[in-house]
Design a protein around this ligand. Sequence first.
Ligand code: FE
Length: 351
Amino acid sequence: MILPRPFARAAASTFALLLSFAAFAGPAAPARAAEEVNVYSYREPGLTDPIFKTFEKETGIKVNVIYAKDGLIERITEEGRNSPADIVLTPESGLLIRAKDAGITQALKSKVLDEAIDAKLRDPEGHWFALTQRARVVYASKERVKQDQITYEELADPKWKGKICVRSGQHTYNIALIASIIAHDGEEKAEAWLTGLRDNLARKPAGGDREGVRDIHAGLCDLAIANTYYMAAMLKNPDQKPWAESVRILFPNAADRGTHVNVSGAALAAHAPNRDNAVKLIEYLVSPEAQGLYAEANGEYPVLATAKTSDLVKSWGELKPDSIPLSEFATLRKKASELVDKVRFDAGPSS
Ligand code: FE
């Protein structure tokens, strides 16, 4: 297959790449010529394709998407002023913060976005916007854990020694959580907490969020730290359904500051050739219609307060989100990562 130049370069790179670019214009043919918008997406196609189709039908604007698990920020940086990217779509706030830091985003002032999205869930300068939310919660064994309340702080209590499973401390989901602990409790307490949590681990941090729940089902641990939407994902998978059914979700700190929340989101690219269409698409993504679809697709919470949360998600209990603005994590993420190394979290419990 002969690919236009920018795609040939992408296809040659090592990351997994799925392309849908029938009308995608390269630098030689200005993308401005057609009614279209170019999305560089880190999110799985299945989550967004149905929404893009509806947008195309309603507006006549063609949505061209490049999907990749990795490397899109680097690619836009390389493409520079000629980048065809209009929108960057990410599954997590760390990438939004990184995109802004890399200088590949631009500020967007939009009344629609400001009204739809809580100020805590967007960049104060308008460089990125949350589109869906999920909580980082504790999955607890139905059989072995009787309490129905928990706090993050309590996870460092020796009563849980050898009972907790979690993925790598350096994973972006855990970095954001640790950053929130630093924000609330200060660096010193956060370090003591992380050390205590490390010593309560049943095994070395490994796998993904779902593997923690798998290991509860297998009897290896009683608690696992994982994002809420994995409950929906496991229930849909016949092999993983028994894992999901062996646990219930506890929303940490529900009785005080609230549960740590992370987001998927979007940013307007710095040199967006189809800026107006890009703004239309981002604004469409916070419409009640798109919000319902988008949140439901991955078992997440909408950011639009009036949009419908799915019955399954509601069945897990009430989410009271932590009130710290996501933008505050930008500076604390680095500290969190340093703490993970300092306490040798990924080496597992000390003997
Ligand atoms: Fe995930």
